[in-house]
Design a protein. Structure first.
Ligand code: F3S
Ligand code: F3S
Length: 105
């Protein structure tokens, strides 16, 4: 799977959403998250993010390694909706993100 990391927080450019062929990039309150089971690893989202927040799971910079779990665990209670457009914006974030002070990225 691909992973969205810290640079997305409070930026949410959403260019990635338009590129994803399977609509598996879901919006939380402060950042977006890639669904690990729905992502087909096409990689289309990675180059379009203006703040370079998106990485293949094996290439996530060490300082943002926790964001692998943040993306996976974000869906623990949500499950697999099968498309982000129909569910809209979630009004919460993974605890790792929710705990960040404003402008910590
Ligand atoms: Fe975030 Fe970059 Fe997508 S800022 S919403 S990961 S284009
Ligand atoms: Fe979509 Fe990016 Fe995965 S475009 S399929 S989230 S690699």
């Amino acid at each position: 799977t691909y992973v969205i990391a810290l640079p997305c927080v409070d930026v949410k450019d959403r260019a990635c959403v338009d590129e994803c062929p399977v609509d598996c990039i879901y919006e939380g309150e402060r950042m977006l998250y890639i669904h690990p089971d729905e992502c087909v690893d096409c990689g289309a989202c990675e180059p379009v993010c203006p703040v370079e927040a998106i990485y293949y799971e094996d290439d996530v910079p060490e300082e943002w390694a926790d964001y692998y779990r943040a993306n996976v665990d974000f869906f623990e209670e949500i499950g697999s909706p099968g498309g982000a457009a129909k569910v809209g914006v979630y009004d919460f974030d993974h605890p790792l993100v929710a705990a960040l002070a404003p402008n910590q990225n």
